[in-house]
Ligand binder design. Structure first.
Ligand SMILES: [Fe+2]
Length: 362
C-alpha cells in the first residue's frame, strides 16, 4: 500500500509537470489529507473551516516553507533560455518531385518516414510526416534546396540498412548516402541533401523531426540576414562562427533553427522550393514586409508569403527562399501527425507499436 508521503509526492509531481490543474491538485490533496486525518472529504460548496489548518497532517510537509520548497519556490532560473522569439515552429519543407514512386522509395522506405494518411493521398502530391514536421512533395519538375535539411530519426543504426534496400531501385538517380562523423547524409533521387541524426540533447525531446534547415548563402550576407530576422520578423537571431565559417542562426521553434551559412561557392539559381513557419506576431512582420514591397502572396486570412531576405539597413536582397508564413490561428497549427516505427515488419511484428508516439522522447 502506498504511503501518504508517496501519494503526496506523486500529486506534487503530477501538478508540477502540468498533468493536473491547480484546482484538481487542491481537491485531491484535500481528499487525500482529509481522509487520512480521519475527516470526511468535503462536499462541493461546503464551507471550509476558518483559521489555519495543516495541509497534509504531516509535520515535515506542513512546516513553514516545506511546500514552497517542494514546488520549487525560492529557486532561481534563467528564464531567457525559454524564449523562442517570434517564429514558434518550422513545420514543412516543400520541394516538388517528378516521380512519386521514387519519392516514396526515398522518403518512406529509405528514410523510414510516414506518409500522411489524411492529406494529399493521391499521385499529385505527397505529405510526409517527420515527427511534428513534414516534407511536402507535389508532383512537378524537381526542385533542390540550396543547402540541406536536418532530420532526426529514432533508429539511426538501422538507417543504412533501409537506404541500402532502395539503392537498386534508385540506381538511375542522384540517390546516394554515406555515413559521416555523427550523422548519415542521404541524397534524394534529385539531389536534395538530408542529414540524419540520432535524437540528442541539442534537438530537445525530438525523437523524429526536422530540427533545422541550413541554407548556403553568399559570403558577406550573414549579418544582414540576422538583421532581417530580428528587425523584420521579430525572431531571435545572431551571427555566429564555427569551424566551417560564419552563419546566421535563427530560432525557428523549440529545438529548431534556420541556419544561413556563408559560402564562396557559386549558388544555383533559385527554383521556388519553400519552407513554412508559424509566427506569433503575424501582423507586425506583415506590415514591415508590405512597407518594403516584399509580400509575394496574400494566401488567405491566416497565411502570406515572401521570398526575398533583405538587409533592413540597405534594402539589398541577400538571399531568396520562399517563406510560407502562417499565424497561430491557422487551422493546421498543431495538427496531430501520424508517425510509425519503420522497423515494424511482418516477421517481427510487435503489437501496439504502430500507434505509439514516435515523434518525441518519452
Ligand atoms: Fe507549403
Amino acid at each position: 500500500m502506498a504511503t501518504k508521503d508517496f501519494e503526496v509526492q506523486q500529486l506534487f509531481k503530477a501538478y508540477r509537470s502540468g498533468l493536473i490543474s491547480e484546482a484538481l491538485f487542491a481537491q485531491q490533496m484535500d481528499e487525500l489529507c482529509g481522509a487520512r486525518n480521519g475527516q470526511a472529504p468535503k462536499a462541493d460548496g461546503a464551507a471550509r473551516p476558518r483559521g489555519p489548518r495543516p495541509l497534509t497532517g504531516d509535520d515535515r510537509l506542513d512546516a513553514p516553507g516545506a511546500m514552497a520548497a517542494l514546488m520549487g519556490k525560492g529557486r532561481t532560473y534563467d528564464r531567457t533560455t525559454e524564449d523562442l522569439g517570434n517564429i514558434v515552429a518550422l513545420e514543412h519543407v516543400n520541394v516538388t518531385v517528378p516521380d512519386q514512386t521514387k519519392a516514396a522509395l526515398f522518403y518512406i522506405n529509405g528514410l523510414g518516414l510516414t506518409r500522411d494518411p489524411y492529406m494529399m493521398t493521391g499521385p499529385a502530391n505527397m505529405w510526409v510526416n517527420v515527427g511534428r514536421q513534414q516534407f511536402h512533395l507535389p508532383t512537378s519538375k524537381p526542385q533542390v534546396l540550396r543547402g540541406h535539411v536536418g532530420v532526426v530519426v529514432s533508429d539511426l543504426e538501422a538507417l543504412p540498412r533501409r537506404l541500402s534496400r532502395v539503392k537498386e531501385a534508385l540506381a538511375d538517380t542522384r540517390f546516394e548516402f554515406c555515413e559521416r562523423d555523427g550523422y548519415i547524409e542521404a541524397v534524394c533521387p534529385w539531389g536534395n541533401r538530408v542529414r540524419c541524426f540520432a535524437p540528442q540533447k541539442r534537438f530537445g525531446t525530438m525523437a523524429v523531426g526536422i530540427p533545422y534547415v541550413e541554407f548556403d548563402v553568399p559570403t558577406g550576407t550573414a549579418d544582414g540576414i540576422t538583421r532581417f530576422y530580428t528587425q523584420i520578423m521579430g525572431a531571435q537571431a545572431a551571427t555566429l562562427e564555427d569551424a566551417h565559417g560564419r552563419f546566421a542562426c535563427v530560432t525557428a521553434g523549440c529545438g529548431q533553427n534556420l541556419f544561413f551559412r556563408e559560402t564562396d561557392r557559386p549558388l544555383p539559381p533559385y527554383d521556388h522550393h519553400h519552407i513554412q513557419v508559424y509566427i506569433n506576431d503575424f501582423s507586425g512582420p506583415h506590415r514591415r514586409l508590405v512597407e518594403r514591397n516584399l509580400i509575394i502572396q496574400e494566401s488567405d486570412q491566416h497565411q502570406y508569403r515572401f521570398e526575398n531576405i533583405v538587409d533592413p539597413e540597405s534594402g539589398r536582397v541577400l538571399f531568396t527562399v520562399e517563406h510560407e508564413v502562417r499565424s497561430l490561428k491557422h487551422p493546421l497549427y498543431l495538427r496531430p501527425l501520424v508517425n510509425r516505427n519503420p522497423s515494424q515488419s511482418i516477421m517481427q511484428y510487435a503489437p501496439g507499436e504502430d500507434a505509439r508516439n514516435w515523434a518525441t522522447l518519452n
